[in-house]
Design a binder for this molecule. Structure first.
Ligand code: NCD
Ligand code: ZN
Ligand code: ZN
Length: 359
């Protein structure tokens, strides 16, 4: 990162108002399909050079052919001339074919596999019912160096929803790490101090993504003056002390923690419903939201590493070479976004953010 220098001895007001970062990547995003894909894709592509595209479509992306077709649909949803690389993932099921996964990885179609415990989150019904069922697939992934991305929550209905991530660490992640110590694992969208400590204490093959929203909301946000469906996502936001631990981890400079927005758009009417969908649409002001948090933590100088360096290093991919610019200029986030066919309430709706992405 460089705060732009105009060469004069005295820093003018402007110097501190521009943030130039190496082009960042989003290591966890939901693009959906059809009209929603057309609306959301460029919100991510304008800010990020690459993104890990989550495979939880209906039906899920389980084959090389499906991932290639989806990648083509993503690229054709972007405006002419946009440079953006979607990194595709395979959705693991009990019956997933290890050979298909390995072929897709070798051919550069799949970057990673995604493990959804069956029933844990949006479109996870086809997910894995017992991690032991995919043991041979994990073995294969470890041997070819293919990363495993995990939605880390147990699904047993008798486990309190606020404890599901912590219980997962003990009952699923610990045995997976013991059996496959060289398997690269990303614990996605961590929400607890327990996960922060677990990742810190683990070897270099375990990393974690942290969303923009889990750095800013705690579980009170779900009930502020009434029930707030737009603050609902999975894993659900936890107590304030967990949010504080996430903020410390993200801004610590520890390379095991990196940016993954988990931007997860749902149509407004499916959020504002008797059974509202889980997911927060943060893509439109993702970098601005992270910048605000890093600034509040006195760590703006660490934003670039979190957003643009630690992710590619973990995945073993090259760093981007371009830059993006944020300017300190108030930005009003709209209450509602979309077009004739799609209506989505964004994260930070109705708020004013301090920074503005300029390109
Ligand atoms: C995601 C979605 O809507 O696809 N929802 C969410 O609350 N995060 C799924 C997921 O990442 O768990
Ligand atoms: Zn998830
Ligand atoms: Zn997600």
């Amino acid at each position: 990162m460089s705060l732009q220098d105009n060469g004069s001895e005295e820093r003018s007001q402007d110097d501190d108002d521009i943030l130039v970062l190496r082009e960042p990547d989003d290591w966890h995003v939901h693009f959906r399909d059809g009209d929603m894909l057309s609306f959301v894709a460029d919100h991510t592509a304008r800010q990020f050079a690459r993104a890990i595209i989550m495979p939880n479509l209906v039906p899920p992306v389980t084959t090389v052919a499906a991932a290639e077709a989806y990648r083509t649909r993503i690229l054709s949803a972007l405006p002419e001339g946009r440079r953006f690389m979607p990194l595709m993932t395979a959705y693991l099921t009990d019956e997933i074919d290890a050979e298909e996964i390995a072929t897709g990885f070798k051919d550069g179609v799949f970057t990673a596999c995604k493990l959804y415990p069956a029933g844990a989150t949006t479109n996870s019904a086809a997910g894995v019912t017992d991690v032991r069922k995919i043991w041979p697939v994990l073995e294969r992934m470890q041997s070819i160096g293919m990363p495993l991305l995990i939605h880390g929550e147990v699904t047993a209905p008798d486990i309190d929803i606020f404890d599901r991530e912590a219980v997962f660490l003990e009952t699923v992640l610990t045995p997976v790490r013991a059996a496959f110590p060289d398997l690269k694992v990303v614990l996605e969208h961590i929400t607890t101090e327990d996960s922060v400590r677990f990742v810190e204490a683990s070897g270099p093959t375990l990393g974690a993504t942290i969303t923009a929203h889990h750095l800013r909301i705690d579980r009170n946000a779900l009930f502020e003056g009434g029930i707030r469906p737009h603050a609902f996502c999975l894993p659900v936001a936890k107590r304030r002390r967990h949010k504080e631990a996430l903020r410390k981890a993200a801004t610590s400079g520890n390379p095991k923690f990196f940016l993954g927005t988990d931007s997860a758009p749902h149509p407004r009417h499916e959020k504002e419903s008797a059974c509202g969908c889980a997911g927060i649409f943060s893509a439109p002001t993702a970098l601005e939201s992270y910048a605000q948090t890093f600034e509040e933590e006195g760590a703006l100088d660490r934003l670039e590493a979190f957003a643009s360096e630690f992710g590619p290093r973990f995945y073993g991919l090259p760093l981007n070479t371009g830059t993006v610019t944020l300017r300190r200029r108030p930005q009003d986030v709209p209450d509602l976004m979309g077009n004739d066919t799609v209506h989505v309430v964004p994260f930070h709706a109705g708020e004013t953010l301090a920074w503005r992405f300029e390109g």
